[in-house]
Design a protein around this ligand. Structure first.
Ligand code: ZN
Length: 283
């Protein structure tokens, strides 16, 4: 499932194709994804200019000249692809429509943006721009980990007195928005904190170190996404899914990468999710 860095990479990949351009044709091939599409979605999108592409947590927000914001969630398996030439200098053939191409936007700059989602856990919705922050999917989200609202004081206050493991607390979207299983495992490894440690029992000094580590883990992943894709787009036009190496995630039974550590990475299940960590480095 895409996490914050992947969604940010998709957002950046969509910018050259969509920012400032007009959706001259919106094709919506189904009545629903995870939930029904909003009424008349194709008509409400057609003719709209894209004023801004933002991200909140794992959601892409497309502000339109019609006064509405299009919310896009990739779900488990949603992919966005860009074909054609956003500069409109050449005539390009678009690839043939594929199974599970549910939504297709043709932009006035010649680009085509396609949303493909085999499992259909993705979502799209439309709201007035000034009401998007109170959308039910967004209203209860905590601060952005890369934003100003997330700092040491905030995290300390939110973890104080909590008996839940730190792993579960960091996955709680009401505490921090956009962090998922992969990057919580990676951040706890870099911070030397066991995923089993009770959230309320972590010292202030370690919380202080955890905040910049969380930011760095996400920034490194965003940078890896950007560097592994040319203009954030793979040759086949697919945005945002990239391979990069993790220190602990998916490395069960492999040696710990901390210099001089003789530990191996173990996997435990917490709240139904796999946690990967080194019991020697993480306390
Ligand atoms: Zn280790």
């Amino acid at each position: 499932m895409p996490e914050l860095p992947e969604v940010e990479t998709v957002r950046r990949g969509l910018e050259p194709a969509m920012q400032g351009a007009i959706i001259i044709h919106a094709q919506v091939n189904r009545p629903d994804l995870r939930w029904p599409f909003p009424e008349n979605i194709a008509a409400r999108l057609t003719g709209a200019r894209v004023e801004a592409l933002r991200r909140r947590s794992k959601y892409i927000l497309v502000d339109l000249s019609t006064g509405e914001t299009l919310l896009i969630h990739l779900g488990m398996s949603g992919r966005m692809t860009v074909s054609g030439d956003p500069l409109g200098q050449f005539t390009h053939d678009h690839p043939k429509a594929e199974k599970h191409d549910h939504v297709v936007f043709d932009m006035n700059n010649g680009a085509r943006v396609t949303f493909n989602d085999p499992r259909r856990f993705g979502a799209m919705d439309l709201r007035p721009i000034d009401q998007i922050e109170t959308h039910p999917l967004l209203a209860k989200l905590g601060p952005e980990p890369l934003g100003n609202g997330f700092d040491e004081t905030y995290l300390r206050d939110r973890l104080m007195g909590r008996n839940t493991p730190i792993k579960s607390a960091l996955l709680d979207q009401r505490i921090i928005a956009g962090l998922g299983n992969i990057y919580v495992c990676e951040a706890l490894f870099r911070a030397g904190i066991s995923p089993k440690r009770k959230a309320g029992a972590i010292s202030e000094a370690r919380i202080k170190s955890l905040v910049p580590i969380i930011r760095k883990v996400l920034q490194d992943a965003i940078a890896a996404g950007g560097s592994s894709l040319r203009d954030f787009r793979q040759a086949d036009g697919e945005l945002g899914y990239f391979q990069h190496s993790f220190d602990v995630y998916g490395r069960e039974d492999e040696p710990c990468r901390t210099p001089a550590c003789t530990g191996t990475i173990c996997r435990i299940t917490q709240s139904g999710r796999s946690s990967y960590y080194c019991a020697q480095c993480q306390r």
